[in-house]
Design a protein around this ligand. Structure first.
Ligand SMILES: [Ca+2]
Ligand SMILES: [Ca+2]
Ligand SMILES: [Zn+2]
Ligand SMILES: [Zn+2]
Length: 507
């Protein structure tokens, strides 16, 4: 028996009054309840819905929508299900009925990039609406948002149609779903290109209000029970004097705290919120450039890539956001020479100039940084080799082998890299042993994979950007024009959004 028969056969007797809808409408209602998280598909059995669950789902939906609670698919409920809304689910906070928190950025100074603009609104007006959307949140919480016109940004706004190569969620043409966004710390905010985006009029869909709602998600808020809240799932239309609802404000302040007067002064100066370092940060690197200072297979098997003042994680499905190095490892400078984690000791060593830092997880061990004195300063790279449980340090054409737990006689070092590692370049920019038990060397835009005999495998070097950083091959016209011009191609092409592109593990 399929669910439709179940619905008609079992639910009908429970909902006799006013039940004059056809199967197509039931169908639409159930898929709505499923899509927005009111109804869960049972794990086993195809589409085997319990009619009581459907009634309960309708009841919750009616309550959340401020409708008379009947548990029946009445006219008001059907109309409400057709209202334009956000594409995200409604897993409301059923305990407190307050705002729901979905995640949080570990920093409060965020960058954003507008990758393209809607075609029916003047770029100037559209940009103004998007910038104001950020302002609603930065007015009530100690958050700052800085626009970047190129390279990586924490929050990336773009418009796409029914399908996008760069997004796993489809849009549905004009009406219904208007936009969707990722929760922290992913940062994608997408608008349905097929809507009539407007500003300052009751016609169409107000870009500013929808953008503010989606930014709420991007900052970590879920949907609110309060129909008047910005974070309510349904779009209630243009409001000339739009303001955040107290529930929206309470939600964002639960995540990031209240905006204090002192912090207000800082807003323009972009002071890093965590572990300020005295120097200005270097520009955010583009992970797709392929250039690296260091690579690290850290605790819990996490892969970190370092460049300049920034570090990001590399996963099978995409890249994590870029963090200041000092935001993760307190007291650690950027522009590192080398990094290595040893599962044997749990120590992570970082090298820069003539200094070495040692952390366990993200905690600096007492007495560090220390001066490097038995190996040369300005190392190129470092790796841990699980087969002999030693740390290897590289500089120029030479290497040192170091036992972390025993006094090491370095008098025979450095030895030529080529004596132990075959087919790899001198002066690597980074090196590591990875989860697959292989050793990797990185230099410039290329990397080499070594077999267990430490010999570079056939088919290498390969491209770091494509195989590690999830970047698509660059084309000359893939960067959107800056200055508010409408870009015809999605700037997203330079970045693969997590979850959308299958990771080709380096072979
Ligand atoms: Ca739509
Ligand atoms: Ca290096
Ligand atoms: Zn939403
Ligand atoms: Zn999308």
């Amino acid at each position: 028996m399929n669910w439709q028969q179940l619905w008609l056969g079992l639910l009908l007797p429970l909902t006799v009054s006013g039940w004059a809808v056809g199967p197509a409408e039931n169908d639409a209602a159930v898929s709505y309840l499923l899509q927005y998280g009111y109804l869960q598909k049972p794990l086993e059995g195809p589409d085997d819905f319990n009619p009581e669950d459907i009634t309960e789902a309708i009841r919750v939906f009616q309550e959340a929508s401020g409708l008379p609670v009947s548990g029946q698919l009445d006219e008001a409920t059907k109309v409400h299900m057709k209202l334009p809304r956000c594409g995200l689910e409604d897993p409301f906070n059923q305990k407190t009925l307050k705002y729901l928190l979905l995640g949080r950025w570990r920093k409060t100074h965020l960058t954003f990039r507008i990758l393209n603009l809607p075609s029916n609104l003047s770029p100037h007006v559209a940009r103004g609406a998007l910038l104001q959307a950020f302002r609603y949140w930065s007015d009530v919480a100690p958050l700052t948002f800085r626009e970047v016109k190129a390279g990586w940004a924490d929050i990336r706004l773009s418009f796409h149609g029914r399908q996008s190569k760069y997004c796993s969620r489809n849009f549905d043409g004009p009406g219904r779903v208007l936009a969707h966004a990722d929760i922290p710390e992913l940062g994608s905010v997408h608008f349905d290109e097929d809507e009539l985006w407007t500003e300052g009029t009751y016609r169409g869909v107000n870009l500013r209000i929808i953008a503010a709602h989606e930014l709420g998600h991007a900052l970590g808020l879920g949907h609110s029970w309060y129909a008047k809240a910005l974070m309510a799932p349904v779009y209630t239309g243009y409001q000339p004097s739009f303001k955040l609802h107290p529930d929206d404000i309470a939600g964002i302040q639960a995540l990031y705290g209240k905006k204090t007067p002192e912090r207000e002064d800082e807003e323009e100066t972009e002071v890093p919120s965590v572990a300020p370092v005295p120097t200005e940060p270097s520009p955010m690197p583009d992970p797709c450039s392929g250039d690296l200072d260091a690579m690290l297979l850290g605790p819990q098997g996490k892969t970190y890539a370092f460049k300049g003042d920034y570090v990001w994680t590399v996963t099978d499905s995409g890249l994590g956001p870029l963090f200041r190095v000092s935001a993760l490892w307190e007291g650690l400078p950027g522009n590192l020479d080398a990094a290595v984690y040893s599962p044997r000791t749990q120590w992570t060593h970082f090298f820069k100039g003539n200094k070495v830092w040692c952390y366990i997880n993200f905690k600096l061990l007492p007495g560090f940084p220390k001066k490097l004195n038995r190996v040369e300063p300005n190392l190129d790279a470092a790796l841990y080799w699980p087969l002999n449980k030693k740390v290897f340090l590289f500089k120029g054409s030479g290497y040192w082998q170091w036992d972390e737990l025993a006094p090491t006689d370095f008098s025979n070092y450095p030895k030529p890299i080529k004596k132990l590692f075959t087919g790899v370049p001198d002066q690597p920019s980074a090196a590591m042993s990875w989860r697959d038990g292989r050793v990797y060397f990185f230099k410039g835009k290329h990397y080499w994979r070594l077999n267990r005999q430490l010999r570079a495998e056939k088919g290498f070097p390969r491209d770091i950007a494509q195989n590690w950083m999830h970047c698509r091959p660059r084309t000359t016209d893939s960067t959107p024009a800056s200055g508010g011009a409408i870009a015809s191609t999605m700037g997203d092409t330079l970045f693969s959004l997590p979850g959308n592109i299958t990771f080709r593990e380096p072979k």
